[in-house]
Design a protein. Sequence first.
Length: 125
Amino acid sequence: MVRLDVWLWSVRLYKTRSMANKAVDGGHVRLNGSPVKPAHSVVPGDVVTVREPGWERRYEVTQTISKRVGAPVARTCYVDQSPPKPEYLLAGPVARRDRGAGRPTKRDRREIEKLIGRHPVTFEE
């Protein structure tokens, strides 16, 4: 019998146990389709659904472990039944401004709109 948050942490689905605990408390993790608390027990055969931005990942528990292990060993503890990642999440990174650069100037905004392909709105009198 292993706690859900401990299992999520030990198979490396979350970086820390407290992150796993917050995800379960926040309703981002379901066990066999129903919301549970972090202390709920996980047994082999259970299906854990983890909601991430833009998609849901499904894992079938094949082995319960309570200690964090290396990634190759962790992958043997579950079967990933997730659908493929949506195309829009596979796209390249979003352009970001340098830290401390401030707000874009009018010139910067016009260059950005030219790259995106949008035309500025003009008002006629």
